[in-house]
Design a protein around this ligand. Sequence first.
Ligand code: SF4
Length: 367
Amino acid sequence: MKYDEIEARISGGISLSAEEALWLYNECPPVKLFELANRSRFLHNPEKRVSWQIDRNINYSNVCISGCLFCNFHCRVSEKEKAWETSMDEYKIKIDELFALGGDQVLLQGGLHPNFDIAYYENLFKSLKAINPLLKLNALGPPEVWHIARISKLSIRETLQRLRDAGLDSLPGAGAEILNDRVRKLISPAKPGADAWISVMKEAHSMGFGSTATMVYGHIETVEERVEHLIKLRDLQSQKPDNMPGFRAFICWPMQVKGTRLAEIYKIEPLTPVENLKMVAISRLVLDNIRHIQVSWLTIGRELAKVALHCGADDMGSIMIEENVVSSAGASYRSGEEEIKQAIREAGFDPWLRNQDYTPYLRRDLE
Ligand code: SF4
């Protein structure tokens, strides 16, 4: 039976093929898939505990030339009444709030701004670190890095090096959506393609940056393209230098399309809870060289996230102090510190607070 063969491969540490992953998704009874993923979770993370984090999303601007059909957040630079840029006074308030809540990391992102070159980000990063030298910057997804390199006429490596010198600590896996150019051309016509995303991450990993990998599914892609995405990430991770962190975690979430042009053009049915759990489980099983799987409670809700902790996930991500992008397309869940910890306990695990690199986080606000 196919299930027994796959189970034996996983127990023997052999990576799943695309065909096996598709069989698990399409034909394996979900309960058996979840049980297999849960076993794999404990092979990667044997402790009966689930990590969480305190960080804060900040968007530096909403101006973007990418024109993704699923994005209600962005506008053109010419839309003067809509375009905004975060001021230094606003950064200071947000960073002070973050430290008061016990966190020390900002997830800083925007879009592909036509006028912001490397000098803008160097100045921004240095200014933010001057507000609080303990601040950690997890900033700029690969499409942003690729765009900055292009308009600054620099190589990806030079761009990353200058950003690091200015204060960049780690790279989020943003902008991956589905790493397949058929899909990308339809949903994000002006965004760098799959190879660009992969090449930025490959360079970042070779330079020792830690990062995360993401996937946004449930729109116009096929299940085959989701599996192709996972296998591309696994291949990329297998190329990182042995002594470098590479992808520390993987996070996938169903695309939020409320009120977007994508929803106007395509009939997009919301995925069922079981399909969202199957994506967590398949991710855990295919990505056998990425240690942590994070569940996106922001998009699937805390109750389903608790179930996902039994289907392969071992991380609840961050409390949400501020989020503007997926919230503007329908994600409405919110969680504070006590709610995240309670959800983890209710799921039967001990919560542990982590840094971006999955070491235990020591809180200064409680000292
Ligand atoms: S999702 Fe990001 S890259 Fe796409 S339009 Fe919105 S801000 Fe721009």
